[in-house]
Design a protein around this ligand. Sequence first.
Ligand code: ADP
Length: 659
Amino acid sequence: MQSQRYPQPHTQCEATPPPQVLRFLRQISDSAAGSNALDLGYAGSFLCPLLGIPRRDILQALTRILCAEPIPAILADQMRKQERGIFEAYTLSLHSPTGHSAEVQVCPRPVMLPDGSETVTATLSLAPADMERQRAVQAERDRLLGLLDRLPAFVSLIAPDYSLRYHNQTFRELFGSHPGQPCYRTLKGRNTPCPTCPPFDVFDTGSLSIYEWTNPANGQAFRIYSYPFTDEDNSPLVLKLGIDISQSKQVQEALVISEARYRSITDNLAVGIAVVDRNMRITAANPLFSQWFGIFIHDRHGPANLPQADELFAAMCPPDIAERTETAEGASPGQADPESLLRSVFIYGRARDMEFSCRLFRPDDPKEEEGIRTLRITACPTRDASNAVDSIILLLEDITERKRVTEQLNRARQLEAMGTLAAGIAHEINQPLSALRLYASGLELLVEQQHAISQDTLLERLGWILREAENIQEIIAHMRSLVMQQDAPPIGRASLNKAVERALGLVGAQLKAHGIQLDLQLAPDLPCALANIVQLEQVVINLVVNAMHALDTIDAARQTEKWIRIVTEQTESGSLRLRVADNGPGLQGLEKRIFDPFFTTKDAGSGMGLGLSIVHTFVEAWHGEITTLPTMQGIGATFIITLHAADTTAGDTDAHTDS
Ligand code: ADP
C-alpha cells in the first residue's frame, strides 16, 4: 500500500501535477476524503499488471503518464464537465514507459460524506475493446500454461522472497501444491533457505545456471536449468526447468561399471591392446602395451601429445630386427612391418595379422629392456557412422616362448621322421644289398674253386648284381623326390583334366587288360589348379595304379564288375577337386597309416609303400589337401584331392598351362 503526498521532487511533472490530474488521482485513491495523501491501493492493483509497473512505483508512473504534455484531452474535458455537475463514464488510454498500453474505463460518481459535503470517487475497469484483447491474451496464456502442464519436466517461478509464484503440473505431481510456500520448504522440507542455491544466484548473475540435483527423498535425479525472468509487474523472478535424468544417470552409472569391468579385463590381459587413429596416433592403450613400448597416453593436452604408432614401431623395430620380420610367418609381401600392416588395414578395411620381431621393455621394470621378442600383431578396423575405417584396434601377443617350443617340437618331429625314414631305407636297401653281397661272394667262391669262370656265368652273375644295384638306385631316387624339397619343380597353372588324360595314356591299356571299367566324369571349362603338371600326372598314376592293384585282389569267382571312377570338378568355393574311387576292398581301417612312408600291404617286391606318401608330399607342397572317404557298401576306396584355383579364368585349354 502506498500513501504519498505531492509534490514529489523525483517525478517528471512539475512540482505539483496539473489540477485535473490531481483531481483524477484523488478520485481513484483509497485515502480518506479531505486527506491530501494519495493511496492507489485498489486502483494500483488493477493498473500494475496492465501497465507492467511494480506496485511501489505505480503512483509516480501513472502521474508521469498523465502529466505528458498535453494532458489527455478526455481527462481535461471530463473534469470540466464534472465541474458543471455532469458525471459520465469515459475511456482513458494509458501508455506506460514499459511498452504496455491499456484502455481503462473510468466511472466517476459523486458521493455524499457524513458531514454533508460532497466528493467524487471513480472506479476503474477494462474498456470493452480492451476486454476483448485481454480475453484473447488470457486464452493464449491458458494455452501456454496448459502446454507447460504437459511438459515432462517441472517448471516453476521463484520470487526473491523464495515464494513459488508458479509451478506446472509435473512440479505439483513431484512435490505437491503449496501456493505461496517458500521453495526450500516445498522442495527440501527445510525451514530456512539453503546455504547454497544455484537458481537463487541467478538473481545476482542475471545469467543461466545449470546444475544437477538428486531428491534425497526418493533418489530421483534432475538437471535444473535456471533462467532470469520478469514478472508481470516487471519484478525479477527465476524460471526453473527441471528435467528428470534418473534413467540416463542409471544408464551412465551402469556404463561406468561395465566400462570399469571391461577395463579391468583389458588391463589384466596378457595381450597388449592399443587403438590407433587415422593419423597413426595411439589414442588408447592398456597397461601392458604402454609398458612394453614405454609410452604414456595423455590426451588432455590435445592430440598433438599422443604417441605416433609409426614412429614407435620404427624405433622399437629398427631395420636390423625388421629383417627377421620379413621371414616371419604370416608376413606377406608389402606388409613386412607393422606400419605397412596398419596402412593396409586403413586402405582395405580388412583385419590383418603378422608376426614381427621387436625390442620391448620389461613389464615389471619399464626402464629395463626385455630384449628382442617375437610378437603376433592383429589389426582390426573399426568404422564410423559412414562406414569408413576411422581407427584400428591392435592386439599384440608375445609369442616368443610359444615359437621356441613349437620349433623344438618340429625339430623333434623331424628327427622322428628321419628315424622312420632311415629305418625304412635300411629295410628296403638291406634286401637288394644282401642279394648283391650273395651274388658277389658266389662269384668270389667260383673264382677260388674253379680259378676260371665261363663268360656266360660271369655275365649272368654281373647282370644279377647290376639289377640289385639298380633296385637300390631306384629306392634312393624315390627317397630323393620325397625328402629333397629344394628339388621340387615350380608350382604353376596345371590342368586337372590334362593330367588325368596323360596319366590314362600311360596306364589306360593296363586297366583294360585287368578287366577294369573306367568311368570318366571330367568337368568341362575347368580353371587351372595351383600345382605342377608333371607331378599332378604322377599323382593320378599313383592313385589309379593303387586302385587297379586293389581291384586285382577281388576274387574272380565273385564275378563283380570292377570299376574306377575319376571325377574332376570345381567346388562352390572355387577350388578344384579330383576324385579317384574304385569298388575294390577299400582301405579297411588303414586310412591313418597309408600316407606313412614305406607303409604297404602289398607283397615284398610289388610295393614299396612310398606312392601315397609321395602323393601327400606333392599335394602339401601345392597347399592343397588329400582326404579319403570312409568305405561304403559296394564302393571301395575314394581319394579326394582339393587344390586352389590358379586364377579365375577358365583355363582348361589355356596355352599357358604347364605342359
Ligand atoms: P604301395 O602301393 O607301394 O603299397 P602306397 O603308399 O601307394 O604304397 O600305398 C600304401 C597302401 O595303401 C597300400 O599298400 C594299400 O594297402 C593301401 N591302398 C592304397 N590305395 C588303395 C586302394 N585304392 N584300395 C585299397 N587300399 C589301398
